[in-house]
Design a protein around this ligand. Structure first.
Ligand code: TYM
Length: 327
């Protein structure tokens, strides 16, 4: 079975982009592949947090993922900091990537612009930790939204470099990006991707927003003035975003959907209805899980124990390949 790995940061509230671009596909893929999904709490502390914040967000995100259909009995769901091999392997990755390569990462450029007062060294070496996440599990496919392609590519480069220096050690992974909704845009700024950190409450559809709020945000989406419903991301980003969202929510092709609409109003109403219908059962399930944090912790421990089995073997293999003196 294909080995699949993906991760998500416990920062801010989950939004429709995370759900349609990544999590929903994870829930589908877990049944057809050997899949691991990780709440990457070590990545979250690349920007300063208040004491305790990261733990709370990790618990909540784990429950959100389970509510979205990730079943700890089917896939391996775990927390990054519970498996120490991630930090150990990250060092080996840091020594296999160059300053120049890390300087070209767009996520670093965006995030360092947002956190100008303190740019941590961890924010800069972030992709090395991400490469460790992926390579520790002999991952073949990494299901992600479009914005993470660059990080999967640098992971391949790191693996290739390591393998050519020290001999075949790591499997080369590839990104798997969905056809619709790989890049969900902000409802108010359709030229920017929907994001947890972009300060745009009206443009970001939170997965736990009230149905009424969700409908309102979608119905107030910024479009354009030419009045033609057409899928054209460059010329008509707002309308194309609605078509993509509706397409992803209803498993239809956004271009084919465009032919069925004459007016923006109806497109917005149908998109809002489809998203609300998709999120209502998810929200209900989350409320149930939220009430039992002990059970969530139990399930996450099972996941970490399972992940560690593979991770420890891979780190040992990588260290042996480099030829450290055995302890
Ligand atoms: P993160 O936490 O920012 O996002 C989690 C997933 O959601 C996708 N996503 C989107 N998809 C479509 N439209 C959007 N507007 C949108 N916003 C976010 C992301 O592409 C991602 O798939 N660096 C990663 C976390 C990570 C990781 C990994 C991922 C750490 N280690 C190993 C894969 C494999 C991140 O910050 O994702």
């Amino acid at each position: 079975m294909t080995r699949v790995f993906s991760g998500i940061q416990p920062t801010g509230e989950l939004h429709l982009g995370n759900y349609l671009g990544a999590i929903r596909n994870w829930a589908k893929m877990q049944h057809e592949t050997d899949a691991l999904f990780c709440v990457v709490d070590l990545h979250a502390v690349t920007v300063p947090k208040t004491p305790g914040e990261v733990g709370e967000s990790t618990l909540r995100l784990s429950q959100l993922l389970m509510a979205a259909g990730l079943d700890p009995e089917v896939c391996t769901l775990f927390v990054q900091s519970h498996v120490r091999e991630h930090t150990e392997c990250a060092w080996l990755m840091e020594c296999s990537v160059s300053f120049g390569e890390l300087s070209r990462m767009t996520q670093f450029k965006d995030k360092s612009d947002q956190h100008k007062s303190f740019i941590s060294a961890g924010l800069f070496t972030y992709p090395a930790l991400q490469a460790a996440d992926i390579l520790l599990y002999d991952t073949e496919e990494v299901p992600v939204g479009d914005d993470q392609r660059q990080h999967v590519e640098i992971t391949r480069d790191i693996a290739e470099r390591f393998n050519s220096r020290y001999g075949e050690t790591f499997v080369l992974p590839k990104a798997v990006v969905p056809k619709a909704a790989a890049r969900v845009m902000d409802m108010q700024h359709p030229d920017k991707k929907m994001s947890k950190s972009l300060d745009s409450p009206k443009g970001t559809v939170g997965l736990l927003d009230e149905p009424k709020q969700i409908a309102k945000k979608i119905k107030s989406a910024v479009t354009d003035n030419d009045g033609e419903v057409r899928f054209d991301v460059a010329e008509k980003p707002g309308v194309s975003n609605l078509l993509s969202i509706l397409g992803a929510a209803t498993d239809r092709d956004p271009e084919a959907l465009a032919d069925e609409y004459e007016q923006y109003g109806q497109l917005k109403v149908d998109t809002a209805d489809a998203v609300v219908a998709l999120l209502e059962p998810f929200q209900e399930r989350f409320r149930e899980l939220e009430a039992d944090p002990g059970e969530t912790a139990r399930l996450l421990k099972i996941g970490a124990d399972k992940a560690r089995e593979t991770a420890s073997t891979t780190v040992a293999r990588a260290k042996a390949a480099i030829g450290f003196l055995a302890d």
